[in-house]
Design a protein around this ligand. Structure first.
Ligand SMILES: [Zn+2]
Length: 97
């Protein structure tokens, strides 16, 4: 997941990619590199396919679920084909499948 990084900010966001469903969700944004690494370590026990994305700039939205900048950054940096769908990370996981 390397790409040319032009004028990146110091902010990072963390996303989780579900390859089976081709979906991703953003966990946190506006993190420093240290915070991002910490958050990844914190979640690594139960998580998979976590990645840290460089943000182009600081995002204005407070909640990642409504943050369009997160999606733009993930889609730009991740360069996954076909493009994964964004999935809200909200806890309302009532899917009985
Ligand atoms: Zn964001």
């Amino acid at each position: 997941m390397k790409s040319k990084r032009m004028g990146r900010s110091n902010f990072k966001l963390i996303a989780q990619y579900d390859a089976r469903r081709n979906e991703y969700s953003v966990w946190k944004h506006n993190l420093t590199e240290a915070q991002a690494l910490e958050a990844v370590a914190e979640h690594s026990a139960r998580a998979f396919a976590i990645f840290i994305i460089d943000q182009k700039q600081k995002h204005k939205a407070k909640e990642v679920d409504v943050c369009k900048a997160c999606r733009a950054d993930v889609e730009r940096e991740a360069q996954l084909q076909p493009q994964p769908k964004f999935k809200k990370k909200t806890k309302a996981r009532k899917k009985t499948r």
